[in-house]
Design a binder for this molecule. Structure first.
Ligand SMILES: CC(=O)N[C@H]1[C@@H](OP(=O)(O)OP(=O)(O)OC[C@H]2O[C@@H](n3ccc(=O)[nH]c3=O)[C@H](O)[C@@H]2O)O[C@H](CO)[C@@H](O)[C@@H]1O[C@H](C)C(=O)N[C@@H](C)C(=O)N[C@H](CCC(=O)O)C(=O)O
Ligand SMILES: Nc1ncnc2c1ncn2[C@@H]1O[C@H](COP(=O)(O)OP(=O)(O)OP(=O)(O)O)[C@@H](O)[C@H]1O
Length: 499
């Protein structure tokens, strides 16, 4: 594509060089530059792409987009713009011919529930016979086929990769794409230049405050999705920030549809009944009502599946198909997943890693726990005041809702595990909880299993579907379902030896 056509809509100044040159590819990482590329220099958190311009030119870049004044060889064209992350998104969308506009693109944002809602919605769309793409924490998929991505690809990929994925989906005949949109992605403009038919807001509770600093900033970041939607803004009316958002977008051209468990919402649930491993309810929409059975326990799965029903309604899908789609989801990896069960105990793995989700996971399990509720958990949070706040609040929730806590590591990264555990344990103690601290997460799980008795339920919270722990800069394999299996096999062997 000619550079002049690529930058047609970009607000930029030409500092040097010719615009009538052919651009064969775009890169924001010098290591990925190929001959004929346009290199976009991004100012990062740890590095500065402007320092890699020379490297990019050596690898074949013929043009560079910058946001700072830099010296570059006369042989390349240099364009300057105010924000290169925004420029990257606009250029990528143009390069791939605006693929998001050719999809029924549904973006889901919120602190919790994005992945689960995505699972339900994908299943509904497939029941309706539509070829569906998914982009999120579980990777990028078309049907059951995973798209190739780097292991470091975030929940919401960088704009260049995102537009490439959309283009591949369009080419392979995908009609609907369901995508998790993180607040990081919105703040860093990864989704800018994407057009969403539907935007969904699940909820907002404290998380990621190392990036957003205050809840207000976090809310503003999440709200950015609703400036990118064209047809429907679908918002959880029972969430405090959902209400605030619905007031904010009420005057927008995009239609506001709310969901919740009171008939104040456009789409709402009644007759909710909970079982140990399922939930049933009736979903009411302006197109009629339908009985829903979700194969997961708890109110949060009423909300997540109701959000999916609401998307189905907005996409013109028959409500019976929506119900069938939700019923077809047998389980979700790492979401209240029962990884072991015998007549004595039940062991559950869940991705709860915020105070709100931990409280909800424990309260969901409590009514179906005849013995004790034993919690194994860790807290990863930024150093300093913000991090300490998260450790304190999660420790308090744990003490209030679990009968015994085994405090361990989550992803300690470069922070001292003993300090993290001491901070969490002190919050558990202050709230009157029973606990022990064990740094090694596998040993912590073993401790919980060893202390468990008939009718106890063990909840291992924080890692969910993840299969590694990040300790220092190293990713160590850590598959909780397998680890529980190993420990239980050792138990069975030692019991049978005694017999
Ligand atoms: C904190 C954060 O979001 N970081 C993102 C940010 O990285 P950064 O600013 O640190 O980049 P950097 O390493 O400083 O490099 C700056 C620039 O120099 C370039 N560079 C660097 C080295 C080199 O040799 N050559 C070169 O050109 C880099 O490609 C980059 O463009 O910009 C990068 C490029 O745009 C992103 O890939 C990277 O996301 C990383 C992978 C990440 O882990 N992000 C997480 C925190 C994230 O986004 N999480 C959300 C939240 C999920 C949730 O809800 O839990 C997500 O969507 O996954
Ligand atoms: N609607 C909800 N409200 C509160 N907590 C929830 C809700 N849905 C799920 N959770 C909790 O949050 C955890 C993560 O759920 P899910 O993966 O669906 O959210 P997510 O938004 O994709 O999270 P992340 O951005 O961290 O990947 C679950 O394991 C569960 O404990």
């Amino acid at each position: 594509m000619l550079l002049t056509s690529l930058v047609e809509k970009l607000d930029c100044a030409t500092l040097q060089g010719d615009l009538n040159i052919d651009i064969t590819d775009i890169a924001f990482d010098s290591r990925e530059v190929t001959k004929g590329s346009l290199f976009v220099a991004v100012t990062g958190f740890t590095q500065d792409g402007h320092h890699y311009i020379q490297k990019a030119i050596e690898l074949g870049a013929v043009a560079v987009v910058v946001e700072k004044d830099v010296a570059a060889a006369d042989s390349v064209t240099v364009l300057k713009t105010a924000d290169t992350r925004i420029a990257l998104a606009l250029l990528a969308a143009r390069f791939y011919d605006h693929p998001s506009e050719k999809l029924n693109l549904i973006g889901i944002t919120g602190t919790n529930g994005k992945t689960s809602t995505t699972y339900f919605l994908k299943s509904i769309l497939e029941q309706a016979g539509r070829k569906t793409g998914v982009i999120g924490t579980i990777g990028a998929k078309v049907g059951n086929q995973s798209l190739k991505t780097k292991s470091t690809t975030p929940t919401t990929p960088e704009s260049l990769h995102l537009q490439h994925m959309f283009a591949d989906m369009v080419e392979s005949g995908v009609q609907d794409c369901v995508m998790e949109v993180s607040s990081h992605a919105l703040s860093l403009h990864r989704a800018a230049a994407s057009r969403f038919k539907i935007g969904v807001f699940t909820n907002l509770t404290p998380d990621h405050l190392e990036l957003h600093r205050t809840m207000e900033e976090y809310f503003e970041a999440k709200s950015m999705l609703f400036d990118l939607t064209t047809d429907f803004n679908l918002i959880n009316l029972d969430d405090e920030f959902g209400r605030k958002l619905s007031q904010k977008v009420a005057g927008y051209d995009t239609k506001l549809v709310t969901y919740g468990i009171t008939d104040e919402a456009t789409i709402y649930a009644t007759d909710i009944r909970y079982g140990p491993d399922y939930t049933t309810y009736t979903a009411h929409t302006p197109a009629g009502h339908v009985d829903i059975r979700v194969n997961l326990p708890g109110l949060i799965y009423v909300y997540n599946s109701l959000a999916a029903v609401a998307c189905a309604y907005c996409s013109g899908i028959d409500l019976e198909l929506a119900a069938a789609g939700i019923h077809a989801v047998e389980s979700i990896k790492g979401r209240l997943e029962v990884v072991y069960q015998d007549e004595d105990r039940k062991i559950i793995v869940d991705f709860a890693h915020t105070e709100d989700s931990l409280e909800k996971a424990l309260s969901t399990l409590r009514p179906f726990t005849k013995g004790r509720l034993i919690l194994v958990f860790g807290v990863y949070a930024a150093p300093g005041q913000l991090g300490s706040g998260k450790r304190e609040s999660m420790g308090k929730i744990a003490a209030q809702h679990a009968d015994f806590c085994v405090v361990t590591t989550d992803n300690p990264k470069d922070q001292d595990p003993d300090t993290i555990i001491a901070e969490v344990s002190s919050a558990v103690r202050a709230a009157g909880g029973q606990y022990t601290g064990i740094v090694d997460r596998k040993e912590a799980i073993r401790y919980a299993i060893d202390m468990s008795q008939t009718n106890d339920v063990i909840l291992i919270a924080g890692k969910g579907h993840e299969t590694t722990q990040i300790i220092g800069k190293t990713e160590v394999p850590f598959n909780e379902a397998e680890i529980v299996g190993e420990i239980m096999a050792e138990h069975t062997n030692s019991t049978s030896k005694k017999v």
